[in-house]
Design a protein around this ligand. Structure first.
Ligand code: PRP
Ligand code: MG
Length: 171
């Protein structure tokens, strides 16, 4: 399966000079969507994770079905103001400005083994925020899986600096 065929490039979105990788063709094509989940499953079925942690919003699309297939829990990391119970939040730097990610305080227990999932690793900013949040909660990250990695950006470097082993399907 040539998965790249199901990712649509949208030039100059959301702003000029940026090419947006649109994953909706994967989602609307069952054989492609199933292929993504099956490939991630093969990579991570024996990783020993207790929980999958995924980021609002596109991370949920792949993280939730994978958690179900692996038979483990799913923890959503959300943008501020979305989770109703007590929150643990981190603010992390972006190229211009900063962003905040939150998780329920009881979502991860000390020593939980965590698999991180997201659709895309670009600058690594989101992943870095997730790593901080998971570690502050006492989680041990056993791996991080992405559907796409943009190798011309710094994501790879961020993951290496954080000492998190990651993998991807399209790079
Ligand atoms: C997108 C994408 C990744 C992140 C990757 O999320 O889904 O989570 O950017 O970029 P980075 O490595 O530079 O952080 P975004 O928050 O833009 O949108 P979403 O809510 O659709 O997931
Ligand atoms: Mg995202």
């Amino acid at each position: 399966m040539n998965l790249r065929h199901y990712v649509r490039d949208i030039p100059d979105y959301p702003k000029k000079g940026i090419t947006f990788f649109d994953i909706t063709p994967i989602l609307s094509t069952p054989k492609a969507f199933r292929y993504v989940i099956d490939q991630l499953y093969e990579k991570y079925k024996d990783c020993g994770a207790d929980k999958i942690v995924a980021a609002d919003a596109r991370g949920f699309i792949f993280g939730a079905p994978l958690a179900l297939k692996m038979g483990i829990g799913f923890v959503p990391i959300r943008k501020p103001g979305k989770l109703p119970y007590k929150n643990r939040c981190v603010t992390y730097d972006l190229e211009y400005g900063s962003d905040t990610l939150c998780m329920h305080v009881d979502a991860i227990e000390q020593g939980d083994k965590i698999l991180m999932i997201d659709d895309l690793l670009a600058t690594g900013g989101t992943a870095e925020g997730m790593i901080k949040l998971i570690r502050e909660a006492g989680g041990e990250i056993v791996g991080a899986g992405f559907v796409i990695q943009l190798s011309f950006l710094d994501g790879d470097e961020v993951m290496r600096a954080a000492d998190v082993k990651h993998d991807f399907l399209i790079g």
